[in-house]
Design a protein around this ligand. Structure first.
Ligand code: SAH
Length: 254
């Protein structure tokens, strides 16, 4: 049997946001590899082996999956959201690049999913409707000074910023430091969205002004979107304001 490795995006959480292509890849797999929390989102099947691991062991998990695929298994590595966005696909290719030559012959497919920033943005309008960027606030794999430099450059350049990995128990202060840096560069009234557990039963969404944004509103299930100076608000008679980024920026506002 010829093995293969599919890196599958499960979307942000709602079953309806798993693509048919992802569902097919999961159903076809002989082996599922992933962080336990994500494996729990896949309905059990008697025909599949499950290999759960800790969230921090991404490279080991990738190597394990490649070893299984090289031995003939049809492996699905599961990721939340999109597997190419701060997730397992990059770990798989790092492992391939550093690994034995025969891993390069493995049939690898990346199955995209709805990433957290898209699901979050859709809840409040169209904040990513014009130029935006995504930054992981985690300084586990890159220096904090680089994170800050990128944030400041993005804010100054007028990008809406989607922040992944804004906080965790091990990284409690970084988000407040990020807000402090951004307050020096963006208007006080810049909207900041905290979108927690989007698409899941405990979803919680809040939008506040940058002047009062506090890091303790976020945890590791939160996606933060910080507006640009061009973002627009539309008040509604009921419910929160819509936020959207106009499709262009006039010459005299740039
Ligand atoms: N591959 C994932 C991102 C993994 S990084 C994706 O494409 O969405 C983990 C970070 O993603 C979390 O810290 C959080 O910032 C964000 N995230 C993932 N799922 C989320 C959800 N359902 N709601 C809000 N944020 C989420």
């Amino acid at each position: 049997m010829r093995g293969c490795l599919r890196v599958v995006g499960l979307g942000p959480g709602a079953a309806t946001q798993v693509t048919p292509q992802a569902a097919d890849a999961l159903a076809d797999a002989t082996d599922l590899v992933g962080y336990q929390t994500y494996l729990d989102r896949v309905a059990p099947s008697a025909h599949q082996r499950r290999h759960a691991s800790d969230n921090r062991e991404e490279l080991d998990r990738a190597r394990h999956a490649l070893t299984l695929a090289a031995d003939g298994a049809r492996v699905a590595v599961v990721s939340s959201g999109d597997p190419g966005v701060f997730a397992m696909a990059a770990a798989v290719f790092e492992a391939v690049e550093m690994g034995p030559q025969h891993w390069r012959a493995i049939d690898i497919q990346i199955i995209p999913g709805i990433t957290a920033m898209m699901a979050a943005a859709a809840r409040i309008g169209a904040p990513l409707g014009h130029d935006f960027c995504a930054i992981s606030l985690s300084d586990n794999l890159k220096p904090w000074t680089l994170v800050l430099r990128r944030l400041e450059a993005a804010a100054t350049a007028g990008f809406v910023i989607a922040l992944y990995n804004p906080a965790s128990k091990a990284r409690p202060w970084q988000l407040d430091a990020a807000f402090d840096a951004l307050r020096l560069r963006l208007p006080d009234t810049t909207p900041v969205m905290f979108a927690t557990a989007v698409g899941r039963a405990d979803e919680h969404i809040d939008v506040v002004d940058l002047s009062v944004a506090e890091g303790n509103r976020a945890d590791m299930r939160t996606l933060v979107i910080i507006g640009s100076r061009h973002i627009r608000r539309i008040a509604r008679p009921h419910g929160a304001d819509w936020l959207y980024s106009p499709r262009g920026v006039p010459e005299d506002c740039a």
